[in-house]
Design a protein around this ligand. Structure first.
Ligand code: SF4
Ligand code: SF4
Length: 127
């Protein structure tokens, strides 16, 4: 399960992720990290027992959003041009043999590269 983790200012310099991995014994894959002086945002992927990890973050006062469908596409707008498949760093989009652009939203790390490039504004991210 992918999650967006929002760490508040008072916890930015604490070893939160290491602490949670040691306590839960669940591995956390960091997919994207944005650290500023007064906050930090992370996209993490947890394959097993993600509920334990979510609870551990929340017990420390950290906001967690589940990313069940990180990016959405409006098929009524998409013209299957394939531009998104060229810019996505994690291969969310694949062009099939019959030239249809297939999508696996679960791979998305919310970099937003594709949003501005889509000529028909078919792609949206809620977070
Ligand atoms: S860039 Fe937009 S229109 Fe082109 S294939 Fe991707 S989602 Fe569809
Ligand atoms: S937001 Fe980034 S990772 Fe997600 S589909 Fe678009 S280009 Fe790929």
């Amino acid at each position: 399960m992918k999650m967006k983790i929002q760490i508040p200012a008072n916890l930015v310099r604490k070893p939160i992720v290491s602490d949670i991995v040691l306590k839960t014994k669940v591995l956390i894959n960091l997919e994207k990290v944005n650290i500023e002086t007064n906050k930090a945002d992370m996209i993490v992927d947890v394959k097993d027992e993600w509920e334990d990890v979510k609870k551990a973050f929340e017990e420390r006062g950290i906001k967690v959003d589940l990313l069940k469908e990180p990016i959405k596409r409006r098929l009524d707008r998409c013209v299957m041009c394939g531009i998104c498949s060229m810019i996505c760093p994690v291969d969310v989009f694949k062009i099939s043999e019959d030239w249809e652009v297939k999508m696996d939203s679960s791979r998305c790390i919310i970099c937003k590269n594709c949003i501005d490039l889509c000529p028909t504004e078919s792609l949206t991210i809620d977070y």
